[in-house]
Ligand binder design. Structure first.
Ligand SMILES: Nc1nc2c(ncn2[C@@H]2O[C@H](COP(=O)(O)OP(=O)(O)OP(=O)(O)O)[C@@H](O)[C@H]2O)c(=O)[nH]1
Ligand SMILES: [Mg+2]
Length: 610
């Protein structure tokens, strides 16, 4: 299949344009370095490839290195029919630095190139107009003004792209030249400045509305306070906003359970449905609204342009721990999932800081831990409200758990940065991060992302939880029947493993749930739901938290479980990604054992001391 490649400066809207052309939904956000690997989709008869952004053909970070390496391959490839070079019309100079270098390379290898002058809607908002035809003449290549957001100019753009790609496909140059060293681009850098001054929006105009916000957001004092406030609100609101929705889901599951068991009448089938399905799977589904709220808030932060500011504010404090300001973005996104966060560390310029970031990302509390946190916080912490319900004690506890993960990550970073991980000549390079324009979040993709996160959450852990719940139910129900958990097959197995959990102040039922959660952390909730269901015999599920409370879990042991989940690396997919990105099995094995031992130790200390 013939190919069209989509390249350009970071944060210029390539992925949004890609989504519009292919109908796919790649991640789009308002900070540089969102796309860190190639993504492909189908645009008419062509394969369209979305590239990571790059500021120039001489790469600095790992994501740029991947982009430049793959661009060089595409230049040599017979199947590359067209290069779309995306320009941010509001930041013409930096866009053209890369764009004109790309143009030189395209000419050298005989490839068709078209410039997409994106974000034209924002240019109009600044009260400016770009003479697109004149710019195209000076560049010596077609330039098409578009907005990937409002879809202005997209129909004409599609037609032109298809025509140009058709022409490009005709070139059958069978003797592809070898990769040549990059030419000296100093002329392009000078020329981009001249063209930007002539056609672009004056940078003072672009910065005018930014400066007012930034003088507040980036000042040491007010910026620091704003940062802490944003972080606190983020984690507090996951709890506060989601609670009514969660209560709703919980009652719905309760009502369905009553309805279904009324239909079946008492007996083994009713026990199974109540314990394994409504108790096990149901107690996990209750947490879907929290995942959605978390995605909403992280998505709003990512799209607003604030994240890059937060990274800047964090740079100095993070440097004390051997990290970079750029580590902040992977750290924040790790609260949704560690895997894309580990990949996002590719944007960190220094290999050593990148490695330390990747190794400590798993300590950020991902959404899989959310059900465990929410359940045990509801068991251990009273639901006290302050400031008219604005601050909730359970929400504060929730924030403290996230905070504990971050502090542990910083301490581990400090230790790692003192060790001899790798020699790194890039670690002293100045910290450079382009600050994006502040924007209101783009609602449509955001809403889609929220529902997608809920779907992913259910699809990823749902089948595992279902299977585990059924297995636990069968082993826990037979041969003794409802209420005979202690003497069941599971009870017998459970007592063997109990010694491992006695130092943590936990009996075998928690032991089974913790061990099973190595399949997926959320299983902890499902497994306990099933176990308490069987034990409660004919009681209806009164909410798992209430059942655990009535069962008498001590504060120390409960806190121990929580800290265990903050620290332990229980995710196979994360381990696999870490191995792929670091290339070291030894390092990753050490990490799993190290975090496991630390988690166990913390849980034991909690149980013994609190
Ligand atoms: N107003 C406006 N915003 C746009 C337009 N195109 C993209 N954006 C916004 O620009 C930001 C960056 O978009 P992305 O598509 O992620 O940019 P990218 O070039 O893929 O970025 P990297 O993957 O980091 O290189 C997002 O906030 C988009 O919503 C546009 O035409 N108009
Ligand atoms: Mg992108």
């Amino acid at each position: 299949m013939k190919r069209i490649i989509l390249v350009g400066k970071p944060n210029s809207g390539k992925s949004l344009l890609f989504n519009q052309l292919t109908g796919l939904r790649q991640k789009v956000a308002n900070f540089p370095g969102v796309t860190v690997e190639l993504k492909s989709g189908k645009f008419e008869q062509y394969q369209l490839i979305d590239f990571p952004g790059a500021y120039s053909m001489s790469s600095l970070t790992r994501d740029e290195e991947i982009a430049v390496e793959k661009i060089n391959q595409a230049l040599l490839d017979q199947d590359t029919a067209l290069i779309i070079c995306n320009l941010d019309a509001t930041r013409l100079q930096s866009s053209l630095v890369f764009g004109m270098q790309m143009q030189v390379m395209a000419q050298r290898y005989g490839k068709q190139l078209v410039f997409a002058l994106n974000m034209i809607d924002e240019v109009a908002r600044f009260g400016h107009q770009i003479d697109v035809d004149a710019l195209g003449k000076e560049l010596g290549a077609p330039v098409l003004a578009i907005s990937a957001k409002t879809l202005q100019g997209i129909a004409e753009f599609k037609t032109s792209v298809l025509q140009l790609a058709e022409q490009g496909s005709g070139d059958v140059n069978t003797l592809a030249p070898a990769v040549l060293p990059p030419p000296d681009f100093s002329e392009q850098v000078t020329q981009s400045r001249v063209l930007a001054a002539k056609y672009g929006v004056q940078s003072t105009v672009v910065l005018k509305n930014q400066n007012a916000i930034d003088s507040f957001m980036l000042s040491n004092f007010s910026g620091g306070i704003a940062f802490l406030l944003v972080m606190f609100l983020l984690f507090q609101s996951i709890f506060t906003f989601a609670t009514p929705l969660m209560d709703g889901v919980e009652s719905l599951i309760g009502l369905t359970a009553t309805f279904v068991t009324d239909l079946t009448g008492p007996g083994m089938l009713a026990d199974f449905l109540n314990d394994a399905i409504f108790g096990g799977l149901g107690s996990f589904l209750v947490f879907v609204p929290q995942i959605m709220v978390l995605t909403l808030i992280i998505g709003m932060l990512e799209d607003s342009g604030y994240l890059a500011r937060a990274a800047l504010i964090c740079h100095k404090p993070l440097s004390y721990f051997g990290l970079s300001g750029r580590s902040f973005i992977p750290f924040l996104s790790a609260h949704a999932c560690a895997i894309p966060a580990i990949m996002a560390a590719r944007t960190i310029e220094s290999p050593r800081k990148r490695l330390i970031t990747m190794l400590t990302v798993p300590l950020m509390s991902c959404s899989a831990r959310l059900p465990v946190y929410a359940l045990l916080v509801a068991v251990l912490i009273p639901d006290t409200k302050y400031i008219g319900g604005l601050v909730n004690l359970q929400g504060v506890a929730f924030f403290c758990l996230y905070f504990f993960g971050m502090v542990t990550a910083l301490l581990v970073s400090l230790v790692l940065s003192r060790s001899k991980l790798s020699d790194d000549e890039k670690s002293d390079m100045p910290f450079i991060l382009e600050l994006p324009t502040y924007r209101l979040p783009h609602w449509k993709p955001l809403i889609h992302r929220i529902f997608n996160s809920a779907k992913q959450f259910v699809y990823r852990a749902g089948p595992v939880i279902f299977t585990v719940s059924v297995v636990i139910w069968v082993l826990g129900y037979f041969p003794t029947g409802a209420g005979g958990l202690q003497e069941s097959y599971l009870g017998i197995i459970g007592h063997w493993i109990e010694p491992l959990f006695t130092p943590l102040g936990l009996d075998w039922r928690y032991g089974v749930a913790i061990l099973m959660s190595f399949l997926a952390r959320e299983v902890f909730v499902g497994a306990l739901g099933t176990l308490f269901g069987i034990e409660g015999a004919d009681e209806n599920i009164a909410g798992l938290a209430a059942n655990i409370q009535a069962d008498g879990l001590t504060f120390g042991a409960g806190m121990g479980i929580l800290l265990f989940y903050v620290v332990a690396l229980q995710c196979v997919a994360t381990v696999a990604t870490l191995k792929a990105e670091t290339g070291s099995t030894k390092l990753v094995t050490g990490l799993v054992i190290g975090y496991g031992a630390l988690a166990y130790l913390l849980a034991m200390l909690c149980a013994q001391l609190l």
